[in-house]
Design a protein around this ligand. Structure first.
Ligand SMILES: Nc1nc2c(ncn2[C@@H]2O[C@H](COP(=O)(O)OP(=O)(O)OP(=O)(O)O)[C@@H](O)[C@H]2O)c(=O)[nH]1
Ligand SMILES: [Zn+2]
Length: 200
């Protein structure tokens, strides 16, 4: 299973999506045959496959691809990992930052792999809460560290450009396991990413 970014689009899927998007444009009251829109269904078909490519990626394979034996056992934090996802209710984007930490227990992983795991789950139809747990579970299951922490701060366009129309609300979700369930360890993690939690 490929775990890097999409290189080829499945032509059958692209073609089916293109037909649906052409119909959708018509249903919205536009003329899908006018010049500016002629290639739009094809672009949308590829764009949506790009934005949902996480279904074809394997977080465990990504983490295992750079799993190294190492005795370091302090907290490792990668913060400010930007993410773009699609809410499963409206298929509108939500976007923000993930902060990921773990405490190694004999194994470390490549730092970029933690950011890739965020993308694996962000590039799907999601709710922020589930994504937060999926990232945690993949790291826990693969590296079996002493603890994992994931915090995601995101803004949801479905709450901004429609619906309740709140432009400045930020949703924060978190998941902790192992040593991060201990108050002191958790506080240290929150302190270390804290600058971002208050910087808006
Ligand atoms: N828990 C959670 N809710 C989300 C997420 N993304 C979007 N939502 C919410 O999903 C809910 C869907 O509610 P519905 O009442 O079925 O849909 P709606 O009529 O479009 O709701 P409004 O957005 O309030 O107009 C809304 O409250 C959204 O804000 C997410 O990641 N997590
Ligand atoms: Zn939504």
């Amino acid at each position: 299973m490929p775990y890097t970014h999409i290189e080829q689009y499945d032509e059958e899927t692209t073609s089916a999506l293109r037909d649906h998007y052409q119909q959708l444009i018509g249903l919205l009251g536009e003329d899908p045959d006018r010049d500016g829109l002629l290639k739009t269904p094809e672009r949308m078909a590829r764009s949506m496959q790009y934005l949902t490519q996480g279904y074809h990626m394997d977080a465990h394979a990504i983490l295992n691809a750079a799993k190294f034996t190492e005795s370091y056992s302090e907290m490792v934090i990668v913060k400010d990992i930007e993410l773009y996802s699609l809410c499963e209710h409206h298929l509108l984007p939500f976007f923000g930052k993930a902060h990921v930490a773990y405490i190694p227990n004999g194994y470390i992983t490549g730092l970029s792999k933690l950011a890739r795991v965020v993308d694996v789950y962000a590039r799907r139809l999601q709710v922020q809460e589930r994504m937060t747990h999926q990232i945690l579970d993949a790291i826990q299951e693969t590296l079996q560290p002493l603890g994992v922490a994931v915090v995601i701060e995101a803004q949801h366009l479905c709450m901004m450009m429609r619906g309740v129309q709140k432009q400045n609300s930020v949703t924060t979700t978190s998941a902790f396991c192992g040593q991060f369930e201990d108050e002191r360890t958790r506080s240290e993690f929150i302190r270390l990413i804290g600058a971002n939690l208050t910087r808006r």
